[in-house]
Design a protein. Structure first.
Length: 85
């Protein structure tokens, strides 16, 4: 009788196969305003891909870009203040 044995090693969870830590979740939570602003900018950019850009689209793009820059500035200031303290 022949034994059937797996030729590959047993599959175990790797370092990347885990849930995020509390620290990682906190970092994501702090970056959520920036992530949301970038998603909004991407939505506006996608909406202008298949048609001519109107004046309203131009305003939406400008507003979305300003929102991303403001979120980046806020996040950068938070980290620079956190490092100085």
């Amino acid at each position: 009788m022949r034994h059937i044995v797996a030729l590959q090693p047993v599959v175990t969870g790797s370092e990347y196969d885990r849930e995020p830590t509390a620290t990682e979740l906190d970092a994501i939570e702090q970056e959520m305003p920036l992530i949301a602003a970038e998603v909004e900018l991407l939505d506006v950019q996608i909406s202008t891909l298949d048609r001519p850009v109107t004046e309203v689209d131009t305003r939406r793009l400008r507003r979305a870009r300003r929102k991303v820059l403001a979120a980046r500035r806020t996040l950068a200031n938070r980290y620079s203040v956190g490092e100085a303290a």
